[in-house]
Design a binder for this molecule. Structure first.
Ligand SMILES: Nc1nc2c(ncn2[C@@H]2O[C@H](COP(=O)(O)OP(=O)(O)OP(=O)(O)O)[C@@H](O)[C@H]2O)c(=O)[nH]1
Ligand SMILES: [Mg+2]
Length: 205
């Protein structure tokens, strides 16, 4: 059962003019290609197969909008940091992201998805810089925590914690064991001004 009974995929955008109407509130989900963004979205909303997951990195070059409740959205941003991306594709990504972060009034916050084994990379810092420039809060999910034993996972969290602003929440997460899912959902509901026992309504955009 989904935490958001009326959750649905709304649309994808490739160009700024294809973005949904800038109304209500949305939280953007960003991360390297293959970091586990789509899996995290599916785990948080409790709907398998809502966001497409894949073993081939770099597939999702679109901004995907999901409606959680009326005028409340989760936005799956295109993955980055994939080595074989051609320069024009990378430039397109850069322009699209700059536009999105600088213009999007409904953007409430950024949820950054980071593979725990890799830690924060240059592109992750770039995303956090854009969020900071737009004065939007950030939370970091250290995902695929199930891939490390408990000790190394806690060590890695401490390492990332030390490099981050103390105000940025850092959540150990796994789409497989569901560790951190409730905590991430609470953050999302807080940002989107949804009740913590979210039960959406029908007929939203
Ligand atoms: N063990 C484990 N595997 C995960 C977890 N999250 C994602 N994966 C796997 O990692 C791979 C990539 O996951 P996706 O959710 O598609 O990653 P993504 O960031 O959306 O990838 P792109 O959209 O291609 O950039 C898939 O094979 C997932 O099954 C996790 O928490 N634990
Ligand atoms: Mg994806």
């Amino acid at each position: 059962m989904s935490a958001y009974p009326d959750v649905k995929f709304i649309t994808s955008a490739y160009r700024p003019e294809q973005l949904l109407a800038d109304r209500g509130l949305e939280v953007a989900v960003a991360g390297r290609s293959n970091s586990g963004k789509s899996s995290a979205i599916n785990a948080i909303v409790g709907r398998k197969g809502l966001a497409r997951t894949s073993k081939t990195p770099g597939r999702t070059q679109l901004i995907n909008f999901f409606g959680l409740a009326p005028e409340r959205r989760l936005v799956d941003l295109p993955g980055y940091g994939y080595a074989r991306v051609a320069p024009p594709v990378r430039r397109h990504w850069q322009t699209l992201m700059e536009h999105y972060f600088s213009q999007r009034r409904s953007l409430r916050a950024l949820l950054l998805i980071v593979d725990i084994r890799r830690g924060l990379t240059d592109f992750d810092w770039q995303m956090m810089d854009w969020a900071a420039a737009a004065q939007r809060p950030v939370a970091v999910l250290l995902t695929k925590a199930d891939k490390l034993r408990r000790g190394p996972a806690l060590d890695q969290r401490l390492r990332v914690r030390r490099s981050l602003d103390p105000e940025v929440p850092l959540i150990l997460f796994s789409a497989v064991t569901r560790q951190g899912v409730d905590e991430a959902r609470r953050k999302l509901n807080e940002w989107l001004e949804l009740p913590q026992e979210c039960a959406g309504n029908a007929g939203h955009e």
